[in-house]
Design a binder for this molecule. Structure first.
Ligand code: PEP
Ligand code: MN
Length: 362
């Protein structure tokens, strides 16, 4: 068991602070041979900063492969020795956490199915007290920022100083393109609330398939994520878990080479001047939109007054359907998606109803 006096080694610190931080390894540790080969082939790409492997696997249904358990931890120790790369595993219970630290696992991560459960997160937080180990926290399975924040706070209160977040997407009924819908705005909002905490993207669990991995990786880099965690297996088709989403270390290298690594900031004054001008235009348009919306609400209020004096309900479904149909048709011609138009008008409609309700209640 690691003690409070022991600090994490400088290689771990170096990896933790590297941007972009690239973590890779198999979904699950299966055999010693598979772990060591994967680790060595990943290290040979020269593009990986940290190794990952699942030792205890949370599965939706019983009867599947639930991980090799503690016997896989020495394989990771060996992988670390062979490659010089730090290693990270998922822990879900205090016992798993103790076992992982006993076998010198450098970084721990809390999985999506654990983040949803405050009892489990608190159990881990209690076990982390007095321990100096970096912890990564995956978003909860369901799109709930408060649960993600709660986990972050519990781990921070346990005295853990180095905490990172992993965005692995959210499960949503009826979603087909992704295994877990990215819902980018949620991760962006989490980053906005916690600007000092690193945010890593996990394209593997978002996609659930290989063909769109690179698009999600590029998207994350374009959104200025701090790093990526991607699953890699020496024989992806025969992986014991998540076979469809894993790629070989060599394919991963090709993908990392293809990505365009954009910087958040560049130093050229021309670039800044051009950007500033465009940003001012956006601010100007946003101001105008706000004025127009305010004007629209004033008219809605007038309608509210007529409705009040004639004793008519606020919501008139036919009129609303007519507005939406008209807007979608016009919007699509103007290059705006149906999804956006519908969401936008729903919000405007709600605001109008609130304004009218105030009139009717007055
Ligand atoms: C994993 O990383 O293999 C895993 C189980 O991920 P998640 O917790 O995001 O489902
Ligand atoms: Mn997996």
């Amino acid at each position: 068991m690691q003690t409070a006096e022991q600090t994490t080694s400088s290689t771990v610190q170096k990896a933790w602070n590297k941007r972009p931080l690239i973590i890779s390894g198999p979904c699950s540790a299966e055999t010693e041979e598979q772990v060591l080969q994967t680790a060595q082939r990943l290290a040979a790409t020269g593009k990986i900063d940290m190794l990952r492997a699942g030792i205890w696997k949370p599965r939706t249904k019983p009867g599947g492969f639930e991980g090799v358990g503690t016997k896989g931890l020495p394989w990771l120790q060996q992988a670390k020795k062979l490659t010089g790369l730090p290693v990270t595993v998922e822990v879900a219970t205090a016992k798993q956490l103790e076992d992982a630290l006993h076998f010198d696992i450098d970084v721990l991560w809390i999985g999506a199915r654990t983040t949803v459960n405050p009892f489990s997160v608190q159990e881990l937080a209690d076990a982390l007290r007095g321990v100096d180990v970096p912890v990564l926290i995956k978003n909860p399975v369901n799109p709930d920022l408060e649960l993600w924040t709660g986990a972050l706070e519990r781990v921070a209160r346990a005295g853990i100083k180095q905490i990172g977040l992993i965005h692995r997407g959210f499960s949503s009924y009826g979603n087909t393109e992704y295994r877990n819908a990215p819902m980018w705005t949620l991760a962006i909002e989490m980053k906005r609330r916690n600007p000092e905490v690193m945010m890593i993207n996990d394209p593997s669990h978002i996609c659930g398939r290989r063909d769109i991995l690179i698009d999600v990786m590029q998207r994350a880099i374009d959104l200025d994520y701090d790093g990526l965690m991607i699953e890699s297996h020496i024989d992806p088709d025969n992986a014991w878990s998540d076979a469809k989403q894993q790629v070989t270390p060599e394919v991963l290298k090709e993908m990392l080479d293809k990505i365009i690594w954009r910087k958040e900031d560049v130093n050229s004054p021309e670039y800044h001047a051009a950007l500033e001008k465009l940003r001012q235009q956006i601010n100007h348009l946003d101001d105008e939109l706000m004025q127009l919306l305010s004007h629209r609400m004033k008219i809605a209020e007038k309608i509210g007054e007529y409705k009040k004096s004639n004793n008519i309900t606020i919501l008139q479904t036919n009129r609303w359907n007519e507005i939406i149909e008209r807007a979608v048709a016009k919007g699509e011609k103007a290059g705006l998606s149906k999804e956006f138009i519908t969401k936008y008008f729903d919000a405007v409609h709600m605001e109008s109803i609130n304004h009218q309700k105030k009139i009717l209640d007055a």
